[in-house]
Design a protein around this ligand. Structure first.
Ligand SMILES: Nc1ncnc2c1ncn2[C@@H]1O[C@H](COP(=O)(O)OP(=O)(O)O)[C@@H](O)[C@H]1O
Ligand SMILES: CC(=O)N[C@@H](CCC(=O)OP(=O)(O)O)C(=O)O
Length: 264
């Protein structure tokens, strides 16, 4: 039987809230099995860019990343947020080690080419972009890798990659070695039938149900790329994939199965 591995992704609102982040990291550090944390931080990057007067534009949930924006996201994601999370995890006795994808060539990306829209320094990743062997070695040393949303092209450039996608490809790449459970932790109770009603959690979402929900206009903004990445993971052999509320991590892991399960 394969050993269990949790790949956990956090983003936006949680990273902005010190107390919530602390509570979350407490729950995360209590996971006894092997684990990897992937974080975004889009909201903080936008706040800093606004302060600096650098206008931000997102298309289909992806940030158009010019050189100034790349400087900001590299500082915010791979610098401030990543190192803060690692420090907080050390305090909680979790042996965390923080990375961008450039470190030890852990995640190599391809600069996005799109005829209609120039996304700038945005990197696309797939399962084979991930240095699975090295991540596995780190896990075997009982270390907990913490990944930011920064990758590289191996030509000397950093690239900005959606953190939900990074979590999905890491989970995919390790699923031949581990029984991987991918958890997208965010500010809602799961996928909601009515985004304003926390009680309207949809227990399971398949590809077909995803299309129907989309057609019915029930999914907007960030939940769309999140679900696409979650479905991509399920289709590529990741054992279990859930979307859960960030405060529910411990509850979920202790078998209460909070949130929405993504299935084939
Ligand atoms: N049907 C839905 N169920 C849950 N969330 C939804 C739904 N439709 C839209 N959303 C929005 O998607 C957001 C999550 O995406 P996003 O903000 O990108 O998360 P993160 O930054 O944590 O990755 C929720 O906060 C919510 O506002
Ligand atoms: C290319 C691209 O869009 N990258 C994302 C990476 C950060 C991220 O994904 O942050 P959240 O998980 O907090 O949304 C961005 O810059 O917003």
């Amino acid at each position: 039987m394969k050993e269990k591995l949790f790949v956990v992704k956090i983003g936006g609102a949680l990273i902005d809230d010190d107390e919530l982040l602390n509570q979350f990291l407490e729950q995360f550090s209590e996971i006894k099995e092997k684990k990897i944390l992937v974080h975004g931080g889009g909201k903080l990057a936008t706040t800093l860019a606004d302060k600096l007067g650098i206008e931000q534009k997102l298309v289909n949930g992806r940030r158009i990343t010019d050189k100034d924006t790349l400087d900001i996201v590299a500082m915010v994601y791979a610098g401030g947020i990543n190192k803060n999370i690692v420090a907080k995890l050390q305090q909680k006795k979790c042996k965390a080690i923080g990375f961008s994808g450039a470190d030890a060539n852990l995640i190599k990306a391809k600069k996005r080419k799109n005829a209609e829209i120039d996304f700038g320094f945005v990197g696309d990743v797939e399962e084979k972009s991930v240095n699975r062997k090295l991540i596995n070695k780190l896990l075997k040393l009982s270390l907990t890798p913490v990944f930011s949303a920064i990758t590289h092209d191996k030509k000397g450039n950093l690239l900005n990659t959606n953190a939900d996608t990074i979590a999905s490809v890491i989970a995919q790449s390790l699923s031949s070695k581990y029984e991987v459970e991918l958890l997208y932790c965010f500010d809602k109770e799961g996928v909601l039938g009515d985004v304003d009603n926390p009680k309207s959690v949809i227990k399971t979402v398949s590809e077909e149900e995803f299309s129907i929900l989309k057609e019915e206009g029930k999914l907007h903004k960030g939940i769309l790329p999140k679900l696409e990445n979650a479905l991509g993971a399920v289709k590529n052999n990741v054992n279990k994939v859930f979307l859960i509320k960030e405060t529910q991590l411990k509850n979920h892991i202790e078998n209460h199965h909070a949130g929405t399960e993504i299935c084939l």
